[in-house]
Design a protein around this ligand. Sequence first.
Ligand code: S3P
Ligand code: PEP
Length: 448
Amino acid sequence: MSGHGEPQPMTARKSAPLKGTAAVPGDKSISHRALIFGAMAVGETKITGLLEGQDVLDTASAMRAFGAEVIRHDAGSWSVHGVGVGGFREPADVIDCGNSGTGVRLIMGCMATTAMSATFTGDASLRKRPMGRVTDPLSLFGARAYGRQGGRLPMTLVGAANPVPVRYALPVASAQVKSAVLLAGLNAPGDTVVIEREPTRDHSERMLLGFGAQLHVEKGPEGHVITLTGQPELRPQSVAVPRDPSSAAFPVCAALIVEGSDILVPGVSQNLTRNGLYLTLVEMGAEIEFQNPRTEGGEPVADLRVRFSGNMKGIEVPPERAPSMIDEYPILSVVASFATGKTVMRGVKELRVKESDRIDAMARGLEACGVTIEEDEDTLIVHGMGAGGMPGGATAKTHLDHRIAMSFLVAGMASQQPVTVDDASPIVTSFPIFEGLMTGLGARFGQE
Ligand SMILES: O=C(O)C1=C[C@@H](OP(=O)(O)O)[C@@H](O)[C@H](O)C1
Ligand SMILES: C=C(OP(=O)(O)O)C(=O)O
C-alpha cells in the first residue's frame, strides 16, 4: 500500500557469534507469480510457502480487484480461484502496488491485452521508478498508457481490445519487462516472442510451462529467444514456493562477517539465474558449504553452512553476472567492506532505478561508516577494510528501500561502532520476519 507511516529508526550493535538455523521466507518473485498465474488459470491454484511480505500482499489485493478469489487459509497457505486468460474484470478503484516494481509491472502486463482500463499507483519510491520500460512493449500489443512525466505512476493503462502478438528484444536485462511481455502475450492470438541478450531470472518461463502454456526457449546468436503461444487455457497448479535466495543473503553475509559465527541456512536456491551472489562470495574466499542439493518447488536448492570468514579478498565481479545477483549488490558491498582489497562491481547501472538509487545509497552510507568508495554511473568500487575494520558509528538513509535498510543493519553487526538506519519500516515488503530471525541468531538490534 502506498501509505507510509512514521519512519522507524533501528540500530545494530556489534554482535556475538551467530549460531543456529536461519529459515528465510518464501521467494518474492515466485510468490507474485503464483498469485498472478493462479488468477489467470481456470480453477483453484493452491499455494504453500507464500511470502507474506507487503509487496506480495499488495499483488494479492490487486488480483482480487481484477476478479480472482484469493483466500488465505493459514500462514503461507493460500488459494486462488482464477478467472482464466482474458477473464479479468475492470477494477472499480485504483490499483495500489505499494513499494513493488515487480507487482506493478507484471500486473500491467497481464491486463494490457484485455479490453479494460486500470489506474496504478504506489508509494513515494515506486512513483519515482520508470514504467516506460514496460509500457513501450505493451503499446506494441495495442495498449495505451497515460502516466506522469517520464512514464511515472500514477498511470492509467488502457488494454488492447484487439491485441496483436509481439516480437520484442529487451533493451535492458530485466525479468520484470520480460515477464510483462509474456503475460500480455498470453491473451494475444498467435506467438509472442521475447528475446533477451543476457539471461534474467526464469521463474515466469518455468511457471508458465507448469501452468500448461506452450512456451519454448532457444539459444541463438541474439541470446535467449522465448516463444509463447497465446490464448492457452492455463491449468491450476499446486505451487510450493521455495525460500528466497535474496533474503537468505542477509543471514549468510552476516555470518561471514561476524566473528565466530557458524549458521545453517536451509533451502537456498541454486537456480543459475539467481545464484550470482553465492558464486561471488565463494570467489572472495567465503566459507560456505553447499549441503544436501535437491529440488524444492521446481527449483534446485541446497542447505548452506556458513562460517565466519576472516580472510575474504576483494574481487572484480564479472559484469555478465549482474542479472543473477541484481538485488544482492547492496549486501555484497557490505561484505566487500570487511574483505581486504578492492571489490569492483561494474555493469550495475540498473541499481539506480530500484526502490532507491542503490549505488548512491550504499556509497553515501558506507562512506559515513568510514569506508572508501569510488563510483560512476555504472560502477561501484568498495575499498575493503578487512575483518572487523569498518568503523561504523553513523546513520544510513534508507530511502524507502528494504535492501538498503537490511544491508546497513548487517553492517552494524560487525562494525566497531553501532550503525543506525533512519527507517527500517520498508523491510516488511520482502522479509517481514527479518528482525526476529536475525536476533534469534544473535543479532543485537534496538530502536535507537
Ligand atoms: O522479476 C522479478 O521478480 C524481479 C526482477 C528484478 O527486477 P528487474 O526486472 O527490474 O531487473 C529484481 O530486481 C526484482 O527484485 C524482482
Ligand atoms: C528491486 C526489488 O523489488 P521490486 O523491483 O519488485 O520493487 C527488490 O526486491 O530488491
